[in-house]
Design a protein around this ligand. Structure first.
Ligand SMILES: [Zn+2]
Length: 300
């Protein structure tokens, strides 16, 4: 005889079967330069109790203010995603948060001694590897924890750019980009984390986490003249010109679109546990990702 709870579980989409939360077994520390500020900061990630979610702590500010890693904390989305609470901000959170969420770390206290997360090599590879090295601890979760799923399409657009969340039986992230520079051109990639958490971690670590930030040479010169992206360099970002890549080799032929998926995963992690959906984006930005997340929050 099938128990009522098992029957209910069988009728739910695969991605709704989350029965455990996870945190880190040991702390992680990384130090490096922020892409926009050019300043060095140290990040220390510690375990946190079940139900505490992911949150930043500005340990350099009086009173050590807490900034929840939630979509309602977003206060700036130009070139990166910034979170804030009252006077305290933390910028370029997307790669670190993508790694934590995709590696299944639900609860984490992220201490930082400055206003921007280090860019490291421009990808989430170091964060993902450190999570594996630190170890992951299972935490029990209340069986009454509400499970969210997208029941009808939710979308936002701006010109020919859009991001949407479509009903699906398991999570999937699909992205398209289209650049005039021939070295990038039109690229599409689709990534679905397995419902088996170990397989999901491995696929994130190998398919998405290594994809680095990229920039266009003519835009980089303009941004640097305007005093922006002070920490950007050929060591932490792929740079493309009309002649091709300035700093090959690429880690994947389609590294740019994979990086866009990394950004999308990081931005949507601000919803907490990913709602069950197929997230599909085309030529989007942090701003559109966050607009979609806000719309999802409103509807669910
Ligand atoms: Zn990025």
């Amino acid at each position: 005889m099938i128990s009522p709870s098992l029957r209910l579980r069988r009728s739910l989409p695969l991605c709704l079967l989350k029965m455990l939360q996870h945190t880190l077994a040991r702390e992680i520390t990384h130090t490096g330069v922020g892409l926009h500020s050019g300043l060095s900061t140290q990040v220390r990630i510690l375990s946190a109790p079940p139900g505490s979610d992911r949150y930043f702590v500005r340990v350099d500010l009086p009173g050590n203010p807490i900034i929840p890693a939630q979509v309602t904390s977003v206060n700036h989305t130009v070139l990166s995603t910034q979170l804030g609470h009252e006077e305290a901000n933390v910028r370029t959170v997307e790669h670190l948060l993508a790694a934590l969420a995709a590696m299944g770390i639900d609860n984490a206290r992220i201490e930082i001694d400055g206003s921007e997360v280090p860019l490291l090599d421009g990808s989430a590879q170091d964060w993902a590897q450190s999570i594996v090295q630190a170890g992951i601890v299972n935490q029990s979760v209340s069986p009454n924890t509400p499970i969210k799923a997208i029941r009808e399409p939710i979308w936002v657009r701006e010109g020919d750019s859009f991001v949407c969340a479509l009903p699906a039986s398991e999570n999937r992230f699909t992205y398209g980009i289209d650049f005039e520079l021939p070295a990038i051109g039109n690229q599409w990639y689709s990534w679905s984390p397995s419902t088996d958490i170990e397989l999901a971690r491995t696929s994130f670590k190998t398919e998405i986490a290594p994809a680095r930030t990229f920039g266009l040479l003519h835009q980089i010169e303009h941004l640097q003249q305007a005093g922006l992206i002070k920490g950007g360099s050929v060591q932490n970002a792929l740079v493309c010109s009309s002649q091709g890549w300035l700093n090959p080799p690429l880690r994947f032929a389609n590294e740019p679109v994979r990086h866009k998926i990394l950004d999308l995963v990081g931005d949507l992690s601000l919803l907490g546990t990913f709602p069950c959906a197929h997230f599909l984006a085309y030529k989007a930005s942090h701003n559109l990702h966050i607009q979609l997340a806000l719309k999802i929050l409103e509807r669910l």
